[in-house]
Design a binder for this molecule. Structure first.
Ligand code: ADP
Length: 398
C-alpha cells in the first residue's frame, strides 16, 4: 500500500490511463456505490473522483452538478497521498483547506471524508468521498463502510479493465486469424494449381525442363509457406514468452547483434556504425537482441540496387527513458504505409520481388518492445532512408 507514495506522478497517471475510465459515461455499478456511500455516511454529497493531471473527474456523483473540478481545489488530491481514509471534520479549522475555493464558495464544503482508491500495484487513482456543508464527525463504523465501498469500487474498476482487454484481444485474434488464413492459402493454392497442371499435362510424358520448372515453383511455394509458418511461430513465441526484465547494457548487446549478423553484413558490403555511448535499459535481453537483429538487418536489406548499405545506431536519454535509433540510407517508406508495417504479414507493395521476406520482423519488434513496457516507431520518406526508434525505460540508477 505505502508503495504509491514512492511512485512518480507520471507512473500514477500511466496507471490511471490503463483503466480507460476518464470521460466515460455513467455506469450503474459506480452510481450505486456512490449512492450507498452517501446513504451510509448520511452525507448530502458523495463522489467517485479520479485525480487526473490537472483536474479531478467524477465517474459518479451525487449532490453536485459539476462533472469535474480543477485539481488545485481537489480535496481528493490530498486524500490519495495517504493510505487510509482522510477525514476533515471542519474545513474552517484546517490550514490545508481554509482558503480552498470549494470551501469559500459553492458548494461550501465544511466536512470531508475520502477513502483512497488504490490499485493492486499501490497507485492512488482517486477517492470515494462524502462531503457535507456543515462541520460534523464520522463514526468508526461509517469509516469502515466507506473503506469497504472504496475497495468495491476498485474491484469494479479492475473487472472493467480486464473485460476491456479481453474484448480487445478477441477482436485482435479474429482479425489475425483471417490474415493468417489468407496469407497461408496463397502458396497452398499455387502448389495445388501446379500439381493439377502437372497431372493434366504430363501424365504419361517425361517432365522435361518445363515440367521441372513447374515443380521448382511448387517447391518454392512450399518453402515460402514454411517461412511464413516459421515467422508465425516466432511471433507467437514473443507473444507468450515470460517477460522477466533486467538491466541490459545496449553496447555489449549490439556487439552480439553485429556478430550474429556478420556474414549477412559482409555479403552486402554493409557498414554499421554503433555509438560508443549507449545506455543500460530495463529489458528482456534475448527479445531485445532479436528485435535489434530485425531492425539492423532490415536497415541493410531495404536499400536501392547498387547502394552500399550504411546503418548507424545511437541513443538519447530523457525523463528516465532511452530512445535507441537505427538509421539507414535505404529506400525509405511513405508515411501512409508506416503504421501497418508493424502488423504481422505486412510488407510494402512490390517488396516481394526485390526483397524477399515474410513481414514478421517488425511485428516481432513491436510485440517484444511493447511487452517490455516500451514503444517503437519510424520516421521515413521514400528515397530518404528510415529512422526506426525504440523507447525503453532506463535501468534505475543508469
Ligand atoms: P520482412 O523484412 O520480412 O518483409 P518486416 O516486418 O521486417 O518483414 O518488414 C515489413 C516491411 O516493412 C518490409 O517488407 C519493407 O517493405 C518495410 N521495411 C522494413 N524495414 C525497412 C527499412 N529499414 N527501410 C525500408 N523499408 C522497410
Amino acid at each position: 500500500m505505502g508503495k504509491s507514495r514512492l511512485c512518480s506522478e507520471e507512473s500514477r497517471l500511466d496507471a490511471l490511463r490503463r483503466y480507460r475510465i476518464l470521460d466515460t459515461t455513467p455506469e450503474e455499478a459506480f452510481d450505486d456505490l456512490v449512492h450507498l456511500a452517501a446513504l451510509v455516511c448520511r452525507a448530502p454529497i458523495s463522489l467517485l473522483s479520479l485525480v487526473d493531471q490537472a483536474r479531478q473527474w467524477f465517474k459518479a456523483k451525487e449532490g453536485i452538478e459539476e462533472s469535474e473540478l480543477p485539481r488545485e481545489s481537489a480535496f481528493c488530491a490530498h486524500a490519495i497521498l495517504g493510505t487510509d481514509v482522510l477525514v476533515v471534520p471542519d474545513t474552517h479549522g484546517d490550514a490545508r483547506f481554509q482558503t480552498n475555493p470549494l470551501v469559500l464558495g459553492a458548494p461550501g464544503i465544511r466536512f470531508y471524508a475520502g477513502a483512497p482508491l488504490v490499485t493492486p500495484e499501490g497507485y492512488g487513482l482517486g477517492t470515494l468521498c462524502v462531503i457535507d456543508r456543515v462541520p460534523r464527525s464520522i463514526s468508526p463504523e461509517e469509516i469502515r463502510a466507506l473503506r469497504a465501498l472504496a475497495r468495491e469500487v476498485m474491484v469494479h474498476l479492475e473487472h472493467r479493465r480486464i473485460l476491456l482487454e479481453v474484448t480487445e484481444c478477441a477482436s485482435e485474434l479474429e482479425a489475425f486469424s483471417s490474415t493468417v488464413a489468407h496469407d497461408l492459402r496463397a502458396p497452398l493454392r499455387a502448389m495445388r494449381g501446379i500439381g493439377e497442371i502437372v497431372r493434366e499435362d504430363y501424365s504419361g510424358r517425361p517432365l522435361g525442363t518445363e515440367g521441372v520448372a513447374l515443380l521448382d515453383r511448387m517447391t518454392d511455394a512450399a518453402g515460402r509457406m514454411d517461412a511464413l509458418i516459421e515467422g508465425l511461430l516466432a511471433y507467437s513465441r514473443v507473444s507468450r514468452q515470460e517477460m522477466i526484465l533486467e538491466p541490459v547494457a545496449l553496447g555489449p548487446l549490439l556487439d552480439r547483434v553485429l556478430e550474429d549478423l556478420g556474414p549477412d553484413l559482409a555479403s552486402r558490403q554493409a557498414s554499421v556504425e554503433v555509438s560508443s555511448d549507449l545506455p543500460v535499459v530495463r529489458a528482456h535481453r534475448l527479445m531485445l537482441g532479436q528485435a535489434l537483429i530485425n531492425l539492423v538487418s532490415n536497415g541493410v536489406k531495404f536499400v536501392a540496387p547498387g547502394t552500399a548499405p550504411r546503418v548507424t545506431v545511437s541513443a538519447t536519454r530523457a525523463k528516465g527513458k532511452a530512445i535507441l535509433a537505427v538509421v539507414d540510407n535505404g529506400i525509405g517508406i511513405a508515411p501512409e504505409l508506416q503504421e501497418r508495417l508493424f502488423r504481422p504479414f505486412s510488407r510494402l507493395p512490390g517488396a516481394d520481388a526485390a526483397f524477399p521476406g515474410t513481414g514478421f520482423g517488425l511485428a516481432i519488434v513491436r510485440k517484444a518492445v511493447e511487452r517490455m513496457g516500451g514503444r517503437v516507431g519510424v520516421e521515413s520518406a521514400p528515397g530518404q532512408g528510415s529512422r526506426f526508434w525504440v523507447e525503453l525505460p532506463l535501468a534505475s540508477g543508469a
